[in-house]
Design a protein around this ligand. Sequence first.
Ligand SMILES: [Zn+2]
Ligand SMILES: [Zn+2]
Length: 363
Amino acid sequence: MPHQVRAVVAKAKGEPVTVETVTIPDPGPGEVVVDVKACGVCHTDLHYREGAINDEFPFLLGHEAAGIVSEVGEGVTNVEVGDFVILNWRAVCGECRSCLRGRPWYCFATHNATQKMTLDGVELSPALGIGAFAEKTLVAAGQATKVDPEASAEVAGLIGCGVMAGLGAAMNTGNVGRGDSVAVWGCGGVGDAAIEGSRIAGAHTIIAIDLDDTKLEWAKEFGATHTINSSGMSNDEVIEAVRELTNGDGVDVAIEAIGLPQTYEQAFFARDLAGTVVLVGVPNPEMKLELPMIEVFGRGGSLKSSWYGDCLPSRDFPMLIDLYLRGRLNLDKFVSETIAIDEVEDAFHKMEEGGVLRSVVVL
Ligand SMILES: [Zn+2]
Ligand SMILES: [Zn+2]
């Protein structure tokens, strides 16, 4: 029997989101229904509401979630009813050219549920193929990753998007290792997760850069060894400040978690020779980057982008939850507040004001 559940829907571009009763179909082959327990509010949800991702309204928002599998469709083998799972938006296909080359963390053909959830008979577009500001959601089985149920849903859900992006930017894409120096531009949820990831990976110097002293304080709590408040500073001054903290050399790994040409440029020049720049902040389509090509060549190293922290959910989610349960990964600090399902619009405003790392809807 299809279920009627409450869910947060963005009906039209720029309009406040509303709580609606939506229909969740029974799971088809390869699909599962998950009773969502908690779902973090991510910038991407706001971008959907603003029409900045695409025009496929109405959207069923929410994608940073954990819950319990309540129904499984035919042929599902990776999870069972009752499993505690984190939802992911990289259900690897196993068949695309990247998967076949042994690089499933880049999978180019990830799976989503085939059937649609609906509102008054109209098909909903689930955010990032998930749609989890809802009491129940329908996803492809591969989008549900089983983890240790000891972790609370509020913190576990965060691994499903922003925190994974930041941790993975450092641990996977940047390949931060013992004794490395790292600088992180932007100390919101993703940037702080990159700091946390660098700390866990063994970096000895972690420089946090932001315009806001409160965020720099948060960054220290996650493991930043130094902070730079770059408000009023020129690019050259920021680059110089990073060099001064690293014996005049620059950092081994420069992580840009904002998505702006100016801060990318700072990251590019503040890294040591043969260092790595990781772009995990998402730029808008109008932005352009101008760099002297001789510097791109002469500085060597690599310029990388981090898609979803280059994570492989089946490998990374259980490992990160285990680190959390052993007290080695600080996830609790990312949860600024827990809210009800009808408070998502308020949470968007708080996010825009920058006063929270994560508001988490508890269902
Ligand atoms: Zn997200
Ligand atoms: Zn694939």
